[in-house]
Design a protein around this ligand. Structure first.
Ligand code: F6P
Length: 365
């Protein structure tokens, strides 16, 4: 069986580990010894774009888009962030330019039996559509936003909240020296998990998330209360998609990508300016941006990448196609892709957020 692995959407630490472990697990001699199955593994470069652009009849093109993967090639990959296969936000089912027939044709011409798609809701949505069209696919969840349904964990999230924590630890000393307020903008296109958990583990005073539009007056009131207690600085964490009550998300670039998303951001600058104008407290903002997706994977991302990669090969062996490997109640499990697409796992405000303090919950009532 020929397995092709691809990574789609925004990159993050953990992708290379997942590629390594799909490869290692598939090529384990135990598969042929004990189960009479043998695999060949290739990587498709640049996500779905690679399988659209490749010309199966042109060896040069195949060299560019299809990489042979073996144990030696992937041996050290789990230590590195990013994706050695490259990625793209290309959508073969984009209604304005549907190239799904080309994808199916190329998969057949290249003799690919199954695709392992590593990605978020967009990438796995494509994998599900292909599955419905008769292509064997399995998914591995990845997104620093951790907003995929059907899994408690998506690759990249842990490294990203560690980056947020480390950067806030750094900001705290300079904020304290100058007696300033720092507004830190995290990623999170729809969900507030990064801001909430990044803010909680770094002891931010205020955390603003998209699931609960905020009131600027209340933010200022909370700051006045704290600064009245002789504390001279504050850290505020704001998710890029957070918005003032009655307002809209801040759009950085209205150009839509292939999946119809605009690029959002800019809320931290608004919040810092409003605070300074309304309270007189000196305020600065910082956008952590792609730093959150860079660097080497945390221990948790390396482990999860390993376990997810192994589980994906198990799914293939069991012919459990159209499914995504997942973490459910702390155990490696699986979920039908059908149930995870066109939905998002947002922060349950009732359960996790204190709407008066604008922070993570501190009591259970
Ligand atoms: O989906 C992951 C994510 O990092 C979002 O949090 C963010 O809004 C988006 O990707 C940024 O995308 P790009 O790397 O294309 O700017």
């Amino acid at each position: 069986m020929k397995i092709a692995i691809l990574t789609g959407g925004g990159d993050c630490p953990g992708l290379n580990g997942a590629i390594k472990w799909v490869t290692k697990s598939a090529l384990d001699p135990k598969n042929s010894e004990n189960r009479a199955i043998s695999f060949e593994v290739v990587g498709i470069t640049q996500g779905w774009k690679g399988i659209i652009e490749v010309d199966p009849d042109d060896p040069k093109s195949c060299e560019k888009y299809i990489k042979h993967l073996d144990e030696e090639t992937v041996r050290t990959w789990d230590r590195y962030g990013g994706t050695n296969l490259g990625t793209s936000r290309t959508n073969p089912f984009n209604p304005k330019n549907d190239r799904s027939a080309k994808v199916i044709d190329n998969i057949k011409k290249l003799g690919i039996d199954v695709i392992v798609a590593i990605g978020g809701e967009d990438t796995l949505g494509v994998a599900y559509k292909l599955h419905k069209l008769g292509i064997k696919t399995v998914g591995i969840p990845k997104t620093i936003d951790n907003d995929l349904m059907g899994t408690e964990y998506s690759l990249g999230f842990d490294t990203a909240i560690n980056v947020i924590m480390e950067e806030i630890d750094r900001l705290r000393t300079t904020a304290g020296s100058h007696g300033r307020i720092f507004v830190v903008e995290t990623m999170g296109r729809h969900a507030g998990w990064l801001a909430l958990q990044g803010g909680e583990c770094s002891g931010a005073y205020i955390i603003l998330i998209p699931e609960h539009p905020f009131n600027m007056e209340r933010v200022c009131e909370l700051l006045r209360q704290r600064h009245g207690r002789e504390i001279n600085y504050s850290i505020i964490v704001v998710a890029e998609a957070a918005k003032p009550a009655g307002g809209l998300e801040f759009v950085k670039d209205a150009h839509l990508d292939d999946f119809g998303h605009e690029s959002i951001g800019g809320i931290a600058s608004y919040v810092a300016t409003e605070i300074q104008n309304k309270t007189g407290f000196e305020s600065r903002h910082i956008i952590l941006s792609h730093l959150q997706r860079g660097g080497t994977p945390s221990a948790r991302d390396r482990l999860m990448a390993r376990w997810f990669g192994i589980a994906a090969v198990d799914m293939i062996i069991n012919e459990d196609f159209g499914r995504m490997v997942s973490l459910s109640r702390g155990e490696i499990s699986g979920a039908p892709m059908k149930e995870i697409i066109n939905k998002l796992k947002l922060v349950d405000v009732e359960k996790y957020y204190d709407t008066e303090r604008y922070n993570g919950r501190r009591t259970i009532i």
